[in-house]
Design a protein around this ligand. Structure first.
Ligand code: ATP
Ligand code: MG
Ligand code: MG
Ligand code: MG
Length: 355
């Protein structure tokens, strides 16, 4: 019997297009002898569409469409579509769901909550880890509690900033100084992130970050290499080799990630055995601190002096075949199709444990 795998992709987030690429890549790589793919597309307006097949070349992601049209359904109606006979497993139209979604409304626990209520296995992190991992302030507070080394940070909500902008900036200058990084608290793919070197750029960065979120985090800028580790598993997570990102620009911004394509990825990263061991230990501690499941990509800063600082974890990291997470596993001996299969199996394992 083939596994009926629902691919949930697109999504109401700034990372919509990335998700389309991922869905096409997963659909292409998966063993269609073992898996039946059931696409569920979420438009940028948040409309859910259930279709039969995924088509469209990767280059034309914007035009990606579901063959044979597809039916618009509400997220809540999805339950009835998947379990038409309610309780009769033989009629179930999807066995497992792979949420290939990044950012808010996908990677943040909202979709995970829906899938929990539906009582259907799904790939990756649950509600708590997804939500805590999406909010950089909450994540960093949990990491601090777990004793993980981090850069200094402060955060503000929009109303605080609006009440007294000058005071906000003065607080930052006192606590962190320049350079500092201003980020929307709940996002990814570097959307809305700016490096600030003076008051003027700080003001501009705040205006931009608050377009994306009502909460903003400001971090001390660190001069360091960027090294990432992929973690896979449930109760006994394992680490991949480390990989280094070498952006050609000021920092690893959205364009460098998805448009320029000239950011170098060095896998395995040239780090000492000791540095690698520290990173692995921190990656696992971060995974456990957030109570992660399935997968996580842990991003570190590594200074010249060998200080290892955790920047963040991503609970649904970029997952195209050219993304860091799958590449790290490939270099560790797990191919892209194998990785998809492992994740699906981990989803089923976790679901059965909960019963
Ligand atoms: P993604 O989820 O795609 O990994 P993100 O949107 O969550 O990204 P971050 O990883 O926090 O954003 O930051 C994006 C990039 O900005 C980093 O990869 C790094 O190049 C740079 N950066 C972020 N914070 C700092 C910092 N405190 N000091 C120096 N550089 C930083
Ligand atoms: Mg991130
Ligand atoms: Mg992300
Ligand atoms: Mg990052």
């Amino acid at each position: 019997m083939k596994v009926k795998l629902g691919l949930l992709y697109g999504g109401k987030s700034a990372e919509h297009k990335v998700s389309l690429q991922t869905a096409l890549a997963v659909n292409k790589a998966i063993d269609h002898e073992k898996y039946d793919i059931h696409p569920i597309y979420i438009s940028e307006q948040g409309e859910w569409v259930r279709g039969n097949q995924l088509t469209g070349p990767v280059q034309e992601v914007q035009k990606l469409e579901l063959k044979d049209g597809g039916n618009t359904i509400s997220p809540v109606a999805l339950n009835n579509e998947i379990f038409p006979a309610h309780g009769d497993k033989s009629d179930q139209t999807i066995d497992v769901i792979f949420p290939l979604l990044h950012g808010p409304n996908g990677e943040d626990g909202t979709v995970q909550g829906l899938l929990e209520l539906m009582n259907i296995p799904y790939v990756g992190n649950g509600v708590l880890a997804s939500a805590a991992g999406m909010d950089k302030v909450v994540m960093k507070n949990i990491f601090a509690q777990a004793g993980l080394d981090q850069v200094k940070y402060v955060s503000f909500i929009r109303s605080e900033w609006e009440a007294d902008q000058t005071k906000t900036y003065e607080k930052i200058e006192e606590a962190l100084g320049y350079p500092c990084f201003v980020k929307p608290a709940n996002l990814g793919s570097s959307v809305g992130i700016n490096k600030c070197t003076d008051r003027a750029s700080l003001e501009k960065a705040f205006e931009e970050a608050f377009i994306f979120d009502r909460k903003v985090i400001v971090e001390e800028g660190i001069i360091a290499r960027e090294v990432e580790i992929a973690v896979l598993g449930n109760d006994h997570p394992e680490c991949s080799v480390a990989g280094e990102i070498v952006p050609k620009k000021e920092f690893y911004d959205y364009k460098a990630k998805y448009e320029d394509g000239d950011t170098a990825m060095i896998i395995p990263a040239e780090v000492t055995e000791e540095e690698y061991e520290v990173m692995k230990d921190m990656a696992i501690r971060a995974f456990k601190a957030l109570d992660c499941a399935g997968l996580v990509r842990a991003d570190f800063f590594l200074t010249k002096e060998g200080r290892v600082v955790i920047n963040e974890v991503n609970t649904m990291p970029g997952f195209t075949p050219f993304s860091m997470f799958p590449l790290l596993w490939q270099h560790t001996g797990v191919s892209y199709p194998e990785l998809i299969e492992k994740l699906v199996n981990l989803a089923i394992e976790r679901h059965n444990e909960k019963q």
